[in-house]
Ligand binder design. Structure first.
Ligand code: ZN
Length: 500
């Protein structure tokens, strides 16, 4: 008889330091689905629910769908929104518990609500209380999860992504599903151990595009899993430092068949290595001025012409890490430096977008753009330009990161200021896809400079077309310098705030 598996996808990386709350509208603008509509509307994406369908086909499961919800990172999730998602899952679990053989949830692991900064820990605790101790509970996590004791105490199987940029969402679901299948067949009894150190950042932020402590540990994890049949899976999470949570930071979770003290030593080995290499960072972070100097140098090099754009990541204003997406520091630097043809993706400013749309394509006008959420990260910029193009901001992503998902910038304007086409958007979205530009009539391959508000995910689509990648830290909310953040709940002392 087919196993019956309860599933749900609730994913939000919450920057509790953000002054912008996470609302129902944020989820509706991104993805918010319930029940049986989930399968059809996510089938062609690389999101976890598509992985669940694949797992159901492979293992002949009957899936009970509940909720599929994700949104761009921002501040704590509002109470009613959380209730809408969690209650749907818990209510369905309660109604169907007589026929549920197992649970496979797809969570982020760094979600916070206004009431509890360990939202997933609470959810798993409530689900465990509803279903009892005997129904196996498997969880997939983002590689930036802040894995808490409460999460591990209430789940059996934990499986995190192994790529950053994240391109293995479906593969992660399949790994968790294979372990859950064996558990439901009563072949194995999974247990999970967790370890962390006094660090809130580390593992090179989890990047897997270079040789670094993260990729070294992932290679060790692969080798150990191959050698030991009882070692079901090892997950390395880099943590998310913008969630002010006592147990935030890098961790390892080791899921095994039965328990054995040797796995505690293994977990310690992984985290000792992470601690020893805590200072490693594969990025070079440029100030805006230093970035302009590099661009100026590049302009003197005629050999570089036609070899693709210089791609600049506005690292600290990455909406994908909860930053506001409207910092103007880098844009101002580019305008002052009088660079060549550039496209700037993007500046979140719904009021400016509305004003420019009202003026219409071809209109020339002056207005303040950006800098409206927190002027410390660059005040509104007074700019004169021309409305080149107006779009719905809605397009299908084609890159390895978000392939097959619809992205929604909201009503969007290409506003040309001097030689820079600035995408002014109504929704705040990390730029990871070439389609963010091409849907607006901009071919990023044909510009001298492309700016993306992203930290790392942009690399999946933009590194292949880039002549050079530069990382700028303009000091916005997601800056590398986290020492200024007003932590209240994080355990102390901790690296890099108190410990060297
Ligand atoms: Zn992540």
């Amino acid at each position: 008889m087919a196993f019956c598996v309860l599933t749900g996808f609730i994913s939000h990386e919450t920057a509790t330091f953000s002054r912008r709350p996470t609302t129902l509208e944020n989820f509706e603008n991104d993805l918010l689905l319930f029940g049986d509509e989930i399968a059809a509307k996510t089938a062609s994406s690389n999101l976890e629910p598509a992985g669940m369908q694949k797992a159901a086909e492979r293992f002949d499961w009957h899936l009970i769908y509940t909720v599929a919800a994700t949104a761009t990172p921002s501040g704590p999730v509002e109470r009613d929104l959380w209730a809408l998602c969690a209650d749907r899952l818990l209510h369905t679990a309660d109604q169907e518990k007589h026929r549920i053989d197992g649970v496979l949830l797809n969570l982020h692991g760094a979600m916070a609500t206004v009431d509890d900064y360990d939202a997933e820990g609470l959810l798993l605790q409530q689900l465990r209380a509803c279903l009892g101790p005997d129904i196996p509970l498997a969880v997939t996590l983002d590689l930036h999860a802040n894995v808490t004791d409460r999460m591990v105490d209430n789940g059996d199987i934990f499986c995190a992504y192994r790529t950053y940029p994240h391109v293995d969402q479906i593969a992660t679901v399949m790994r968790a599903a294979a372990i859950l299948e064996r558990t439901m067949r009563r072949e194995i009894t999974p247990r999970t151990r967790l370890a962390r150190r006094a660090m809130v950042t580390g593992l090179d932020h989890g990047r897997t595009t270079t040789e670094n402590p993260m990729t070294q540990l992932l290679a060790q994890a692969d080798a150990l899993e191959d050698q030991d049949d009882s070692l079901l899976t090892i997950s390395l999470c880099a943590g998310f430092p913008l969630t002010d949570l006592e147990q935030a930071g890098p961790s390892v979770t080791i899921t095994t068949d039965g328990d054995n003290l040797s796995y505690a030593a293994m977990a310690d080995h992984f985290m000792d290595f992470a601690w020893q290499h805590r200072h490693f960072d594969s990025n070079t972070y440029l100030s805006v001025a230093a970035c302009m100097a590099v661009l100026n140098q590049a302009r003197q090099d005629p050999a570089a012409a036609g070899s693709g754009p210089i791609v600049i990541a506005d690292h600290a204003d990455n909406p994908g890490a909860g930053a506001y997406g409207d910092s103007t520091h880098l844009l101002k630097g580019l305008l002052d430096a009088k660079i060549g043809t550039a496209a700037f993706g993007s500046l979140y400013d719904p009021a400016a977008a509305a004003q420019l749309i009202a003026a219409g394509e071809g209109a020339e006008l002056s207005l303040f753009i950006g800098g409206k959420t927190d002027p410390r990260y660059g005040p509104p910029l007074f700019a004169t330009g021309r409305v080149e193009h107006i779009t719905s901001g809605h397009y299908l992503a084609g890159g390895p990161y978000a392939q097959g998902t619809w992205q929604n910038l909201g009503p969007t304007v290409v506003f040309r200021i001097a030689t820079i086409d600035v995408l002014i958007t109504s929704n705040c979205v990390q730029v990871t896809e070439l389609e963010t530009f091409t849907h607006a009539g901009i071919d990023p391959r044909r510009r001298d400079v492309i700016v993306v508000k992203s930290m790392q995910h942009f690399r999946a689509a933009f590194e292949p077309i880039a002549r050079q990648v530069l990382i700028v830290d303009c000091g916005a909310l997601a800056t590398e310098d986290i020492t200024k953040l007003p932590y209240k709940f994080l355990r102390r002392p901790i690296f890099p705030l108190d410990l060297e």
